[in-house]
Design a protein around this ligand. Structure first.
Ligand SMILES: [Fe+2]
Ligand SMILES: [Fe+2]
Length: 470
């Protein structure tokens, strides 16, 4: 179904046919625009070369044009409905999917949607000042692209709340604009979304590790028996791919520049030469990876087991799994702490579904590490490499919360952990160095000296294209 752009709210859900819903969303729209004005990007621009969804099908779904950012056409886009879709897992496996919310699952589904919805505007808030220090117009444009799409993902969740959850849904939609990242009084729901994203190395790590968590969460909701949620998440995943591209290639370029400087000056300490030392990149990686692991929740959860059994939330790539999709007798091996040692135990697979999702996520994160180490090697840097810290390192949620675990997986005492900390997580001096490199480069085709230029422009445009105009 194509998207109707003649409407005040672009959509492919026949909004015009449901006057009540249309009016409700049109009354939420000014609140969203107000929030965007207050909490969105702080850098004023004339226009930005942005993509906007024009269809939800596989081919050519996006249109690229210069857009005034506050006039971006945020809308409601669901992937095409499959009239034959059936529930793929749990106790309702094989039954037709639901077009309406079953009464008994109302509050659980609403909660899942609110938690997902809360992360979307949070990242816009976290990134709002980054435009002031963009390393190029190309990067600045990518930042705005990510920001407007996270805004659209908020719309996606708000649509579901308004369309399917009545009065409490509308209240929750309003509350999504009232919580703010890092706020003392009303913070965002999840920890990682209250952390700061003060510099572009953090931004690239965030889009690599934290947006990737989003990909996995959306992947489980895409399996939902509640079909509108499934279709919403399917299209969000399409947009999300670009966010992770920004992270992957962003870290690529930092690593490449660091490697070049290391070789040129025959030193690990590239800071005096305007680069970011590999050790500092590793510390940023350690931080963003560990806070992103926390987003998967506790390793075991009876709530999540119930979500699965009742069909609300599936597993990553549920339909590709070669098991019974019910899991009543299955077990999963999970790490545990026992008498000061990390051991493994077999637990019921149903209660260990967060662990299952996290395992898929970790394997995916590892592909970035392999890629960055290849970049180091191809630039003549050997003997050094990046790596993922142990899953228990720096955790605030789950089995490892409160434990002191080193990046290489040793359990140590509090004093030893504190002593090791400056080597494992960014120190004030590391942050100050990274911050000192954050100077805006707004001349078309020019790139800051702390990272390599991108391989390609956006949508076939040259690198010196004026991606943003002031
Ligand atoms: Fe998103
Ligand atoms: Fe994202």
């Amino acid at each position: 179904m194509s998207i109707d752009y003649t409407e005040r709210i672009p959509n492919n859900v026949n909004l015009a046919e449901d006057r009540r819903l249309q009016r409700a969303l049109e009354s939420w729209q000014p609140a969203f625009l107000h929030w965007w004005g207050e909490m969105g990007p702080t850098l004023p621009t004339q226009d930005v070369y942005l993509r906007t969804a024009v269809a939800v099908g596989k081919e050519g779904w996006a249109n690229f044009a210069r857009v005034k950012v506050p006039e971006y056409r945020w809308g409601i886009f669901l992937a095409e409905r499959d009239p034959d879709r059936r529930i793929a897992f749990g106790q309702h496996k094989g039954e037709p999917v639901w077009q309406q919310v079953p009464g008994e699952h109302r509050s659980s589904l609403q909660r899942l949607i609110v938690v997902q919805g809360d992360t979307e505007p949070a990242s816009v808030e976290q990134q709002r000042r980054l435009g002031l220090t963009a390393p190029s117009l190309y990067d600045l444009r990518n930042l705005f692209q990510v920001n407007v799409e996270e805004g659209r993902h908020l719309w996606a969740m708000v649509y579901l709340l308004h369309a399917h959850f009545g009065r409490t849904g509308r209240d929750e939609a309003e509350a999504l604009l009232l919580r703010n990242s890092g706020s003392e009084d009303s913070p965002r729901i999840l920890g990682a979304f209250n952390e700061e994203t003060p510099d572009w190395l953090s931004f690239f790590m965030f889009t690599y590790f934290t947006d990737r968590d989003g990909k996995y969460q959306l992947g489980t909701l895409k399996e939902s028996a509640f079909d509108p949620l499934s279709r919403t998440c399917e299209f969000m995943l399409k947009e999300e791919a670009h966010h992770m591209f920004v992270g992957t290639t962003g870290v690529d370029r930092v690593v490449e520049r660091t490697a070049v400087l290391m070789r040129e000056h025959d030193t690990d300490d590239v800071a005096p030469f305007g680069g970011i030392p590999l050790a500092v990149i590793q510390k940023y990686l350690n931080f963003h990876y560990s806070v992103s692991l926390d987003l998967f929740g506790g390793e075991t959860s009876t709530n999540v087991a119930n979500y699965f059994t009742t069909g609300l939330k599936g597993r990553w790539q549920e339909e590709r799994r070669r098991d019974d999709h019910v899991l009543t007798d299955a077990v999963t091996t999970v790490e545990q702490i026992d008498g000061g040692r990390i051991v493994t135990a077999d637990l019921p697979a149903l209660t260990a579904l967060n662990h299952d999702l996290r395992t898929a996520y970790i394997a995916d994160c590892q592909t970035g590490i392999t890629r960055w180490n290849r970049i180091l090697a191809s630039n003549g840097v050997t003997g050094h490499g990046l790596r993922l810290p142990h899953v228990g390192f720096n955790r605030k949620v789950g089995l490892f919360a409160g434990c002191h675990i080193t990046p290489d997986g040793r359990i140590v005492g509090a004093a030893a952990w504190e002593a090791g900390r400056p080597a494992w997580l960014p120190t004030p001096a590391d942050k100050a160095h990274v911050e000192s490199l954050m100077r805006p480069v707004y001349e078309p085709g020019k790139i800051a000296a702390w990272l390599a230029p991108p391989r390609n422009g956006i949508n076939g445009q040259p690198l010196d294209y004026e991606y943003v105009r002031f």
